[in-house]
Design a protein around this ligand. Structure first.
Ligand SMILES: NC(=O)c1ccc[n+]([C@@H]2O[C@H](COP(=O)([O-])OP(=O)(O)OC[C@H]3O[C@@H](n4cnc5c(N)ncnc54)[C@H](O)[C@@H]3O)[C@@H](O)[C@H]2O)c1
Length: 266
């Protein structure tokens, strides 16, 4: 029997990149899915992919920065499936609109990263915690970043938000442990997703290396930073999220787990 059979999972930011990968792996392992994103059309496409794996899925539009939206997401998820077992807080941004065209972060970029990458986790967790506490079970997986492990020069706003996401995960792990709810965090390294395409565009502008393609900028970064020499994939993150959502990890909570090919070790 697949290890997540009959579990119901909610994934935020699941219309693209890593969130999509997590949704598909959880579905392969047996879970039914609430595919949530601020971009409903993208969420609907991924929900269709989940259904074609033979699992139930609904797409629900939600903006994680807006408490009324995350509250409505929790109500709709429970109404649709009767319960929720797994929450993956994946939605994340690199700044305010057009951030990749700026060589240094604006005050709006600082605000936007904090709003989505930190307050987004808080809003969604608070929206679901009553339901999970009542059932005295649940798994929460937050997606932080290798960038949250140490400060970065030109991307300090993003690193700081991800460091906060790691810390917030520990706080919720302590608060929710008495209810048998495990909260863990994944720190991915380098994944070629629409987010990294924008980072590459920004790095190209910043360095003046306009003869390189975005993908070449990414590969250069990979070669400089990653001992294993391989990029990580959304499926890698999905497999770790599935483990953290399964019975096999029942005594793991409050941890932030690196998935980075060795670029940072602790
Ligand atoms: N790509 C990488 O190398 C990498 C590395 C480490 C961590 N991460 C983190 O992984 C997560 C996913 O990143 P990705 O690379 O798949 O990026 P992506 O841009 O491909 O996907 C992010 C998704 O989040 C959604 N989103 C944005 N703002 C939202 C909001 N306010 N409410 C709900 N949804 C919202 C977007 O619509 C999009 O579908 C992010 O938290 C990111 O910081 C990415």
């Amino acid at each position: 029997m697949p290890e997540l059979d009959d579990r119901i999972a909610v994934v935020t930011g699941a219309g693209s990149g890593i969130g999509r990968g997590i949704a598909l792996v959880l579905a392969e392992r047996g879970a039914g899915l609430v595919v949530s994103d601020i971009d409903l059309a993208a969420a609907e496409t991924v929900a269709g992919e989940v259904r074609s794996l033979g699992r139930r899925a609904v797409a629900i539009e939600a903006d994680v920065t807006d408490r009324s939206s995350t509250g409505a997401l929790a109500s709709a998820a429970v109404r649709e499936f009767g319960r929720v077992d797994i929450l993956v807080n994946n939605a994340g941004v690199g700044g305010a609109a057009g951030w990749w065209e700026r060589t240094s972060p604006s005050p709006e970029d600082w605000e936007a990263t904090y709003d989505v990458n930190v307050i987004g986790i808080v809003n969604t967790t608070l929206a679901f915690q009553g339901h999970l506490k009542e059932r005295r079970s649940g798994r929460i997986v937050n997606i932080a970043s290798a960038a949250g492990r140490r400060g970065t020069g030109g991307f300090a706003h993003y690193s700081a938000s991800k460091a906060a996401a790691i810390n917030v995960s520990q706080g919720f792990a302590l608060q929710l442990a008495p209810f048998d709810i495990n909260v863990n965090c994944i720190c991915p390294g380098l994944l070629w997703t629409p987010l990294w395409e924008k980072i590459a565009e920004r790095d190209r502008i910043k360095s003046g290396e306009t003869e390189l393609t975005g993908r070449q900028v990414f590969e250069e970064r990979l070669a400089q930073s990653t001992p294993l020499g391989r990029e990580q994939t959304p499926e890698d993150v999905g497999r770790l999220a599935a483990f953290l959502a399964s019975a096999r990890s029942k005594n793991i909570t409050g941890q932030s787990i690196n998935l980075n090919g060795g670029s940072y070790m602790n």
